[in-house]
Design a protein around this ligand. Structure first.
Ligand SMILES: [Zn+2]
Length: 302
């Protein structure tokens, strides 16, 4: 009899610990990895307390070239969802990390993968004619800097909310509410951002990082320091810019922190126009971090 009691007790204990394990597993937060800081901020805003977000590139780092360290592959190995800019932006570093992570869910086309193709209704800046990466254009699939349009940021939040609702239906309402609240916050800022940015137009851009921003706010880029995306300027190209900048009433030269500051500074001095550090990411948490990037751009950057 005692033997049976002991067996029943053991069964109850095992069942209890099994149930406990299940509760712990379901309470475990989703793991999201974003390739870039701005994408991670939007993901964190949508997910709130229900996910842990890791970001691969750092603020100030060139998103085209991130050193693919083993720690980054380890983050990917544990990810339920990977969010990337896509359109070839991270082609030099993200695919090998995904491969190294051995995580099938986050491969392109998997249920744990999202990029610009799921967000954009139209890809801007597709090169005309036969232009390949080998000929020097690093963006043959079109311009991948789409998160620089805050309305694309809103769309990304909606896409993330839907994907998180599939991965974690329990919190679907919260994800959708967060995305809706983000849309309201962005819309409230748009008129002031537009007025400030328009006062800084036309401008010369170092790299074509601002195409989606200029289209959204009706700005004009009169020229590029890079003759093609990813190609450093020749002396004759720089001479031509020095001549055309005053004629085009250029209000400044916009560059990212990772561009060649000495070339830009020389050019700004010769052409008598201000150099403006206009970053594609700033430090900050969640939606507020992403919004503060546009606040900074609207102030003329730094
Ligand atoms: Zn680029």
């Amino acid at each position: 009899m005692k033997q049976i009691q002991r067996l029943i007790l053991l069964a109850v204990f095992m069942l209890g610990s099994l149930m406990l394990e299940q509760t712990v597993a379901s309470a475990e937060a989703l793991r999201i990895v974003a390739s870039l800081p701005a994408l991670g901020q939007i993901a964190q805003g949508v997910a709130g307390e229900f996910a842990e977000v890791k970001v691969l590139a750092q603020v100030g780092q060139d998103p085209h070239f991130v050193p693919p360290k083993p720690t980054l592959a380890r983050h990917l190995a544990r990810a339920d969802l990977l969010i990337a800019a896509g359109l070839g932006l991270e082609i030099g570093w993200l695919p090998p990390l995904i491969e190294a992570s051995r995580n099938d869910a986050i491969h392109s086309g998997g249920k744990g993968y999202l990029d610009g193709r799921y967000v954009l209704t139209k890809v801007l800046g597709k090169p005309q004619g036969k232009i390949t990466r080998e000929l020097g254009d690093i963006h043959p699939e079109g311009n991948p800097h789409w998160w620089m349009d805050p309305i694309n940021g809103v769309r990304l939040a909606q896409v993330i909310a839907e994907r998180l609702s599939q991965l974690d239906p329990t919190h679907a309402d919260a994800y959708r509410q967060h995305a809706t609240s983000f849309a309201k916050q962005i819309n409230a800022h748009m008129p002031a951002w537009k007025a400030s940015l328009q006062a800084m137009s036309p401008f010369v851009a170092y790299h074509d990082s601002y195409l989606y921003l200029t289209q959204r706010f009706g700005l004009s880029v009169s020229d590029f320091v890079e003759p093609k995306p990813g190609i450093e300027p020749s002396t004759s190209h720089l001479d031509a810019l020095v001549a055309s900048i005053p004629k085009n009433h250029v209000q400044g030269i916009w560059l990212e922190p990772y561009h060649d500051g000495s070339t830009a500074r020389k050019l700004c001095k010769l052409a008598h126009t201000p150099c403006k550090l206009m970053p594609d990411a700033v430090n900050g948490e969640g939606f507020a971090g992403y919004i503060s990037m546009f606040d900074l751009l609207a102030k003329g950057g730094q």
